[in-house]
Design a protein around this ligand. Sequence first.
Ligand SMILES: Cc1cc2nc3c(=O)[nH]c(=O)nc-3n(C[C@H](O)[C@H](O)[C@H](O)COP(=O)(O)OP(=O)(O)OC[C@H]3O[C@@H](n4cnc5c(N)ncnc54)[C@H](O)[C@@H]3O)c2cc1C
Length: 405
Amino acid sequence: MVETSPHSNADLEKVRLEVRCWLDEHSPSKPSFKLPDSFLEVSSNEQFEYLRAWQRAVYEAGYLGMSWPEEFGGRGLPQAYQGVVNDEMATRNRPFMLNIVGLMWAGPVILKFGTPEQKKRYLAPLLRADEIWCQGFSEPENGSDLANVQTTAIRDGDDFVINGTKIWTSLGTQAHHMILLARTDPEAGSKYRGLTFFLAPVDGPGVDKRPIRKMTGEFGFNETHFDNARVPASCMLGEEGQGWSIAMATLAFERYAEGGQAGGLDMVQLRVAELVDMARECRRDGRPAIEDPIVRETLTRLSIEERAIDLNDIRRDLPGLCRERPDAIGLMRKLVTSEFRRRMCRFAVGLQGEGAKLYIGDPDAYEDGDWQRHYMNAYSVTIGGGTSQIQMNILGERVLGLGKD
Ligand SMILES: Cc1cc2nc3c(=O)[nH]c(=O)nc-3n(C[C@H](O)[C@H](O)[C@H](O)COP(=O)(O)OP(=O)(O)OC[C@H]3O[C@@H](n4cnc5c(N)ncnc54)[C@H](O)[C@@H]3O)c2cc1C
């Protein structure tokens, strides 16, 4: 177990060894059912309960929320400790966390803007996965244009009354709370003003959830309809009308452009080394695919990119190595990693030749069709949290200093 001591490389190495041993001894055994690729596709109760138990075990061992204050369920340690734990989990490809919206963006934004009562109320249950969080930003007509939110929250005594529809709500079916962006003042004069941010309960009256099926056949997100749902004013985060700036802060956490997340993995780790093995096993023109020069060149390029991503992650934490544009690495991370994963999975499916059309459940599918599912799910992160086009706009404007046109 980690001790609260000054942060030095020796301390970090001690934590690394401890977490390694813990993971070797305590990781859950492989379930009899298929786990999803990420928290975005949790569809069945058995997947949900398995992942919930795993998150709880990790938290109880002291390996989640390590940098959050002790009074709110954390350990008050430097974020570097959490980084070491995350690295070890990634290297061993341990199951991802369930309550990612809570751990990675609702929690940090509550820590940043919440009252002491809100922090006390929400943070520890979120770390233990006792209470599940979802995000209500997107609407049927407003995704990239987030400021155009049409869902209303109208004050009525000590409550706000919510009406409208949110869509693509990941984990919405299982969630207890939603970080909700709603319009409290439709007359504010600008779409950016008059928005307010709520920590809204979504398991009570007036909230109707309709699951949406994905192209993989899985579920994981839903439509959330609010019909005169009442939310106490004490659930407002920040001030009335401050919703836009809190939503922007939330997206900075979501896109990992800002640190302070509670940790753990958010999806199955895929590495190019697996594709090398696949290229040895799959055949092209009657020979192992790895003998094809185009396959070899693609694998080499992918390996170089993967290495660059790993090195950039290290560089991000060393200010001396990104002095000119300190935000650039954080801002580009989501774009680069999500697009890389999509291309890598596409190549993996292509390597299977005719077998590419076989899917999960087909006895002849390569590795049970998992790569076909990885490929389809790889599009998710290129869209959720802001599409790749939007990320490119942000990089163009904020990093390269290009005009909005
Ligand atoms: C798997 C998944 C999980 C999700 N989970 C959640 C969730 O939990 N909560 C939530 O609130 N939302 C969630 N979303 C929704 C996601 O945030 C939106 O889909 C995304 O922001 C895009 O919005 P949109 O779908 O309305 O597309 P649109 O905004 O209509 O965009 C359509 C196309 O136009 C492009 N485009 C739009 N504006 C511009 C521009 N200014 N410049 C260049 N190109 C542009 C887009 O890049 C895209 O290709 C999820 C989405 C996915 C795929």
